[in-house]
Design a protein around this ligand. Sequence first.
Ligand SMILES: Nc1ncnc2c1ncn2[C@@H]1O[C@H](COP(=O)(O)OP(=O)(O)O)[C@@H](O)[C@H]1O
Ligand SMILES: CC(C)(COP(=O)(O)O)[C@@H](O)C(=O)NCCC(=O)O
Ligand SMILES: [K+]
Length: 244
Amino acid sequence: MILTVDVGNTRIKAAVFEGTAVLESFVFEKNELEKKIKKILDNYQKCSDLIVASVGNVEKQSFLIFEKQLKVHFFTHEDKFPFHNKYATPKTLGIDRMILAAGATLQFPKQNRLVVDAGTCITYDFIDENDNYLGGAISPGLRLRYESLHNYTARLPLLSFEEPDQYIGNTTMQAIHSGVVNGFVYEIDGFIDEYRRNFSNFIIILTGGDAEFLAKRLKNTIFANSNFLLESLNQTFQYKINND
Ligand SMILES: Nc1ncnc2c1ncn2[C@@H]1O[C@H](COP(=O)(O)OP(=O)(O)O)[C@@H](O)[C@H]1O
Ligand SMILES: CC(C)(COP(=O)(O)O)[C@@H](O)C(=O)NCCC(=O)O
Ligand SMILES: [K+]
């Protein structure tokens, strides 16, 4: 049994795996980290490994305190990954993106894969059918768009997510909802269209905090799985064990 933990810039996601099956998954805030992990490990005492991928700013020590109970592994660029990394700055590539790319490579062999992770940021990661990781894109996520409109202007209120019913917003609030939500959806559809024009034999994997909403709104058909990063962490760890 293993416990996987994904530290993003907004929230922490965790899941307990037995083989490839998710036994339970969790979402919590950074300030609850140690308390939550302790509780999970109390409930799943058979966990032998704690596997972490972090792009957020939490102390390593918050995980290392569990070393008495089980093995702790932080994924880094030094680990073995199942793709050829063609990113020109491999050391600055987010470890979350590397894990997503690894999961896509292992789960969907011999095809072009695009992973879209709609979290704090939207990240696009492309791995071609020869398992070359080529890169992708980074842009502001849904909530970040609402927050930046408010934080960098004098007159725009901070709104929370609301699905606009039209693209012509006729009030300040509707204009913001249209710009943020429709802009978000159009951007992702636009990127997917561009990839589709250039590559065939293609799978698109959608994940992150906004995946569920997006799955309903995108015109492109996609494979949506909110747990894809955690599942990929589990798979990449198995891959590491088998290849070290
Ligand atoms: N309860 C929530 N708290 C924060 N963000 C949420 C929540 N529910 C949905 N979201 C959406 O999820 C996104 C963050 O996704 P997530 O995958 O948790 O990010 P990260 O991996 O970067 O921490 C935000 O843009 C927001 O729109
Ligand atoms: C782009 C990210 C901030 C995304 O973080 P997230 O939205 O998952 O919290 C993260 O992958 C990161 O810090 N990347 C480093 C830069 C790069 O990947 O090139
Ligand atoms: K992301």
